[in-house]
Design a protein around this ligand. Structure first.
Ligand SMILES: Cc1cc2nc3c(=O)[nH]c(=O)nc-3n(C[C@H](O)[C@H](O)[C@H](O)COP(=O)(O)OP(=O)(O)OC[C@H]3O[C@@H](n4cnc5c(N)ncnc54)[C@H](O)[C@@H]3O)c2cc1C
Length: 264
């Protein structure tokens, strides 16, 4: 690991000030992705600005229509929250499938979304449930947030403060885990949201995406059979030693079918 300066921020404004004052500063959330990258000398930030002491960024609020989760809320807190389990059980299920207990207790929803790993689970939830990413500057709709491989709409110096999920009528997440890492080879969130049926996919492509044909078919008839015959093109999908693009395309249909079957 290269040398760096460590700073503990006391508020969002303090974090932004410290970030702005650093030569090549990076936000530190759970450190589950950032620290291994630094240990391998793949990243060498001059300064780390730790958000762990900012109480405003933690916690879960549920009102009649929305679940809002602070950026520094851990995967374990989302999974074990009785309020999330009641309002959006699929989101609690998804958080419980992330990594291992250590990752779930340290990793945060804000860190995961800022990182936008192509195989991370939360992107399927954000896309499938039609969530809104709240930053220090603005609100970004899920459909506008994911831009490509590890690429999001976040600008330099922009901080995720919370993520807000409209409470769906019904939703389910199904994940085919990569057997060694437990990341998603493919994960699909199917949801009937206040603005209609949405199908959000992670793991298959460079970033999360929706499948309009499946959404249309489920709107016409909400059943697993409605998506069983819909295959997505494999062009541009991820391919690695764990699975080809064709395999991932096939998994999208299988996971969508399983998710729809769970809640149909
Ligand atoms: C062994 C292992 C297994 C894992 N398995 C899974 C899995 O199955 N599914 C899954 O989804 N993930 C998995 N992960 C990733 C895990 O969910 C991480 O927690 C997540 O990717 C990063 O979150 P973090 O809070 O640790 O962020 P950090 O590592 O601290 O930060 C990640 C990046 O986001 C930036 N950042 C952090 N917070 C903010 C913010 N609020 N605003 C703006 N930028 C910010 C940082 O500067 C950094 O660039 C795994 C990780 C490990 C180590």
């Amino acid at each position: 690991m290269y040398q760096f300066e460590y700073h503990k921020a006391s508020s969002v404004d303090d974090a932004l000030k410290k970030l702005g004052g650093a030569e090549d500063g990076k936000i530190l959330a759970g450190g589950m992705t950032l620290l291994p990258t630094m240990k391998q000398r793949l990243a060498a930030p001059s300064d780390l600005i730790d958000l762990a002491g900012i109480a405003d960024l933690k916690g879960i609020k549920v009102d009649g229509k929305t679940v809002t989760i602070g950026a520094m809320t851990t995967h374990w807190e989302v999974h074990s929250s009785k309020e999330v389990q009641k309002a959006i059980p699929a989101l609690s299920d998804l958080a419980g499938l992330i990594g291992d207990p250590m990752v779930r207790h340290r990793g945060t929803i804000g860190g995961s979304l800022a990182n936008s790993d192509p195989s991370a689970d939360y992107p399927a939830a954000v896309m499938g449930l039609g969530a809104t990413i709240k930053t220090n500057k603005r609100e970004i709709a899920a459909d506008d947030y994911f831009k490509g491989l590890f690429e999001t709409a976040l600008e330099d110096g922009e901080l995720i403060v919370a993520v807000s999920f409209p409470i769906p009528k019904r939703a389910a997440y199904q994940k085919f885990p990569q057997p060694a890492s437990r990341y998603a080879m493919v994960g699909v969130m199917v949801a009937e949201t206040p603005s209609g049926i949405r199908v959000g996919v992670t793991g298959a492509g460079p970033c999360a995406f929706r499948v309009p044909e499946m959404e249309k078919a489920l709107t016409a008839k909400f059943s697993a059979d409605s998506v069983a015959g819909i295959t997505i093109p494999s062009d541009g999908l991820n391919a690695d030693l764990h699975g080809s693009a064709d395999y991932r395309a096939h998994l999208v249909t299988v996971m969508a079918k399983r998710a729809a079957a769970t809640i149909a």
